[in-house]
Design a protein around this ligand. Structure first.
Ligand SMILES: Nc1ncnc2c1ncn2[C@@H]1O[C@H](COP(=O)(O)OP(=O)(O)O)[C@@H](O)[C@H]1O
Ligand SMILES: [Mg+2]
Length: 273
């Protein structure tokens, strides 16, 4: 979840979770409030009642993925009522991949490519969740119609273009992108940015994927576009970024289509808000 809507105060204890000395975590980017237990073994994500359905959807995805051999959190508790909802998960131990410097990310990069390949290799027919293009476009239409796009999420050169125009440009590509998706559907994370990939600080291997609320069947490019773009915030220049894209593509095993990457990169910011 990444929208920054203002939310009323919710806390795990008020929502019926045991008192573990919950400390708010500020790293999250969504309207949800995330807490860590005092002993750092658990995280609690709390939302007001209006967002409970989204959090329940996230809970179901965490439960499903933990049965698929893909590293990630486990669900430890779930509370839901008039005051809101709270999802308690076991901590995936390690450091979020956006918090390591470029040199370390470069070492982790092959492990990340392997882990993403593993996630995308999960048998699609076993995945009950859809996160396909038509669903994404429908969300984008709704967000744009409400004029709720967060300009900060847009590429700088798009921040002064009306979002209706941005959506219109993307819509023209939908028939082609839909065909590609049908031919190459995988289980996607759905918000595959570095903060949602936890690394073992010693080995720099992937300890797990977190923040699974958008997991579902989709075009692998939806994930690859976000990951490669987000890693550019860590790489120290365009040359290093291009080398990293090439290294990732080789390790993951793909001949990157840059137009397809750009399509998903530009669609994503229209789906938050
Ligand atoms: N199970 C978990 N294991 C490790 N870290 C977690 C876990 N859950 C949350 N976090 C930490 O809290 C932050 C916010 O949680 P996240 O689920 O990503 O919320 P948001 O939807 O707000 O991005 C994460 O970026 C991560 O640092
Ligand atoms: Mg997150």
């Amino acid at each position: 979840m990444r929208d920054r809507r203002g939310t009323q105060a919710v806390s795990p204890v008020l929502l019926g979770v045991d008192d573990s000395g919950w400390v708010p975590v500020t790293a999250g980017e969504s309207g949800a409030t995330v807490f860590r237990s005092a002993d750092a073994t658990r995280y609690a994500k709390c939302v007001p009642a209006a967002d409970a359905a989204d959090l329940k959807a996230e809970r179901d995805r965490v439960v499903w993925l933990s049965g698929q051999g893909v590293p990630g959190p486990r669900v430890l508790d779930w509370q839901s009522g008039d005051a809101g909802a709270c999802l308690v998960t076991g901590a995936v131990s390690g450091i979020p991949a956006d918090q390591v410097p470029a040199g370390e990310l470069r070492v982790a990069w092959d492990h990340i490519a392997d882990a993403v390949r593993g996630l995308h290799g999960t048998p699609v027919p076993l995945c009950p969740f859809r996160r396909g293009l038509d669903a994404m476009v429908a969300v984008a239409r709704d967000v744009v119609a409400r004029d709720a796009v967060n300009a900060e999420f847009l590429p700088v050169d798009q921040q002064h273009t009306p979002t209706t125009e941005l959506l219109e440009r993307l819509t023209r590509q939908v028939p082609q992108r839909r065909e590609q998706e049908v031919a190459d559907m995988v289980v996607c994370h759905g918000d595959l940015c570095l903060p949602n990939i936890i690394l073992d600080p010693q080995t720099l291997e992937v300890s797990g994927f977190i923040d699974l609320g958008r997991l579902g069947r989709a075009d692998r490019y939806a994930d690859l576009a976000l990951l490669l773009a987000n890693a550019r915030e860590t790489w120290t220049g365009e040359e290093q970024a291009r080398a990293a894209d090439t290294a990732f593509a080789e390790r993951y095993g793909i001949d990157l289509d840059h137009d397809r990457l750009r399509f998903y990169l530009h669609l994503d910011p229209l789906t938050w808000g």
